[in-house]
Design a protein around this ligand. Structure first.
Ligand code: WT7
Length: 631
């Protein structure tokens, strides 16, 4: 176990030569000795503050930890305003390519102008500090613009991934009580139009709190526009009110910046809340150290801005560091499987950060698609979202990176805000391991009592000390925050990640996967309960259970077990209808690969479905302890 596959990859000399951090082990030691001092130094070095903090860290009301107490700031000042007075005003902030080949570029100055314009529009709609604004669109430049404009005026954004559908959007609007929704007419995906406006209309019918909808025109197909409620973004931009500049609101370091919903163990998604102060320090530090981002880089984080990866490493992180980012709208294999490689060559991308599932998907098409292109601009590669299998790792390393580019395997979560376990460019790599915790992060693998386990033994992954970019609460539900993350190891004060892991003899971490009712499908995080409640909302379904089943391409796929109501009989047509129903309610990522019609479900005496029994049966594994099984 010490070294799972007997391989260690050492970084090439030219990578080491330019790396920001040279002595990894030494930095780890220093930062571990005093994490607060480490983060405090980064807070001074990497971001500006309107007013300094009185204390860097406060744990007097644990687990409601605070960072940079009393400091005044606004993340948009650091991401945008401060660059406008330097040479960076003319530097490209974003290079964008639409799936249909449309190209747009945006300098820092231009982005700043657009953000001012959008901020003025939001203000004119009555959006004030602390109000929630829901944003639902595809990968367009207007997505970061809308996020930045919201944050600039001190409002809180809640971005809902454009791949989600009606019910998922409706319940997120409802939970956040957003009076404003920003969307687009549609988005392009695999040459087809995703009818975003239509979905938004239906979601707002279910959650009628929305008073105004701003609609970005992307596809140009005809959509319903409700007079007095819906406005075209490009028309609003023409209004006199959309001119001039809007003052960046002075925020307290602990004021909320955004809510991002993620799946947990109940059907109701959790609104993970992040703040202005600590979050900006965490993302800027991790991006700079782990990906060694420099002014001359062209950074491509291929995630969606609608996920935490995009919030931290497409929008705020790269902008704070003044970097140039590339954003691509569409599918990786459209119109041909070399689309990504063509764009890397075309734009001279230097760092690519993506998910193992995307790597496996592209690997399937064979090496010729990659080799057709000059990828010599690449110097670092990254992955996130799920464990990367050694085969995909090696393909990424050899075929894409030509054995020149270290692979930065970053473990983190929506809740953590930024990378938590990750190599730096100088770190010796073992394929499949995210290596060691980032400097200033104290992680451990522990048993049920909270004691560290021996090397090679599986246990719960915990974080032992608070960190600046951590979530502060679950929006509107502080009890759930305490219960979910801090109750299991309350005595020790450890944060429970929900993942299991092993550490090897060298102290390298090997993430195994979720141990709760969360399924990772193609890197997307879904709750079993959400899928189940989507199924049960169909008139034919009386009860449902969902499990994750390992899959070579997607990491996991969803299998469901469904008990039908009286008067309905199993059929392939009904299976298809139920899949379509889940697609309509939740979105394509939640569609089960398989629906099994069953007569009963294994339950505990208290009526909880024992998904682990279903999983064991499906995979032909031992069923484990059945003492709580009712029947
Ligand atoms: C879960 C968090 C953080 C951005 C994307 C996912 C899994 C994440 C890795 C990795 C193994 C990983 C974990 C974690 N995960 N990165 N490098 N190796 N597993 O954010 O949707 O909040 O999911 O993703 O299971 O708990 P998320």
């Amino acid at each position: 176990m010490a070294n799972l596959h007997g391989e260690v990859y050492y970084p090439p000399e030219e990578v080491v030569a330019r790396a920001h951090v040279q002595d990894w082990e030494k930095l780890l030691e220093e930062a571990a000795a005093d994490p607060v001092a480490f983060w405090e130094a980064r807070a001074k070095e990497l971001v500006d503050w309107f007013e300094p903090w009185e204390r860097a860290f406060d744990d007097s009301n644990a687990p409601f930890y605070k960072w940079f107490i009393g400091a005044k700031t606004n993340i948009v000042h650091n991401a945008l305003d401060r660059h406008i007075t330097t040479w960076r005003r003319n530097k490209l902030a974003y290079i964008w390519e639409g799936e249909d080949g449309t190209r747009r570029t945006m300098s820092y100055y231009r982005l700043w102008r657009e953000v001012n314009r959008f901020a003025a529009i939001l203000k004119s709609m009555g959006v004030e500090k602390g109000d929630r604004v829901t944003i639902y669109m595809g990968r367009l430049p207007e997505l970061p613009i809308a996020m930045l404009a919201t944050a600039k005026i001190g409002a809180i954004h809640s971005v809902v991934y454009g791949g989600f559908s009606v019910e998922a959007l409706a319940e997120r609007i409802e939970d956040a009580q957003s009076r404003v929704l920003i969307t687009a007419d549609g988005g392009f995906m695999r040459g087809k139009i995703v009818p975003l406006k239509e979905i938004a209309d239906e979601a707002v019918r279910r959650s009628p709190v929305v008073e105004h909808m701003v609609v970005v025109r992307r596809t140009g197909h005809e959509v319903n526009m409700e007079v007095g409620r819906d406005y075209w973004y490009h028309e609003l931009c023409q209004l006199p009110v959309a001119n001039g500049t809007v003052e960046t609101e002075v925020m307290d370091a602990e004021d909320p910046l955004f809510i991002l919903y993620t799946s947990g163990t109940t059907g109701k998604p959790k609104g993970v809340l992040h703040t202005h102060g600590g979050y900006q320090v965490g993302i800027a530090t991790t991006l700079k150290y782990a990906f060694d981002l420099k002014d001359e880089d062209r950074w491509w984080c291929a995630a969606d801005p609608g996920w935490i990866t995009g919030h931290s490493y497409i929008v705020y992180g790269p902008l704070i560091l003044g970097a140039t980012s590339f954003i691509y709208e569409g599918a990786p294999n459209y119109p041909y499987p070399d689309r990504w490689w063509r764009m890397i060559e075309e734009y001279g991308i230097t760092i690519l950060y993506t998910a193992p599932t995307a790597i496996r998907g592209l690997m399937r098409f064979g090496n010729a698609w990659v080799n057709r292109h000059d990828l010599s601009s690449l110097r670092l590669l990254g992955t996130v979202g799920e464990p990367i299998n050694p085969e995909a790792w090696r393909w990424y390393y050899e075929v894409v990176g030509k054995e020149r580019c270290p692979i930065i395997d970053t473990w983190w979560q929506t809740e953590t805000g930024h990378f938590m376990i990750t190599p730096l460019p100088v770190t010796p790599l073992k394929p499949g391991s995210a290596t060691k915790p980032f400097p200033g992060i104290l992680a451990e693998v522990v048993d049920e009592e909270g004691n560290p386990v021996e090397p090679g033994v599986e246990g719960n992954l915990v974080i032992k000390h608070a960190w600046p970019g951590m979530l502060r609460t679950i929006y509107g539900d502080p009890e759930r925050y305490k219960e979910q993350y801090w109750s299991k190891y309350a005595k020790q004060g450890y944060y429970l990640t929900g993942d299991s892991a092993r550490k090897d003899e060298d102290g390298y971490f090997w993430i195994i996967g979720r141990v709760d009712d969360v399924i990772k499908v193609a890197g997307y995080r879904l709750g079993t309960a959400e899928i189940e409640s989507a199924l049960v909302s169909h008139p034919a379904v009386s009860e449902a259970a969902a499990i994750g089943v390992p899959d070579e391409l997607k990491g996991n796929v969803i299998h469901t077990f469904v008990i039908l109501r009286e008067g309905f009989t199993p059929s392939p047509e009904l299976e298809e209808e139920l899949k379509q129903h889940v697609r309509h309610e939740m979105g394509p990522i939640a569609v089960p690969a398989k629906i099994n019609f069953v007569e009963s479900l294994p339950k505990t005496r208290s009526g909880k479905i024992m998904r682990r029994v279903l999983k064991a049966r499906t995979l032909g594994l031992p069923e484990g302890d059945l003492s709580t099984l009712e029947d």
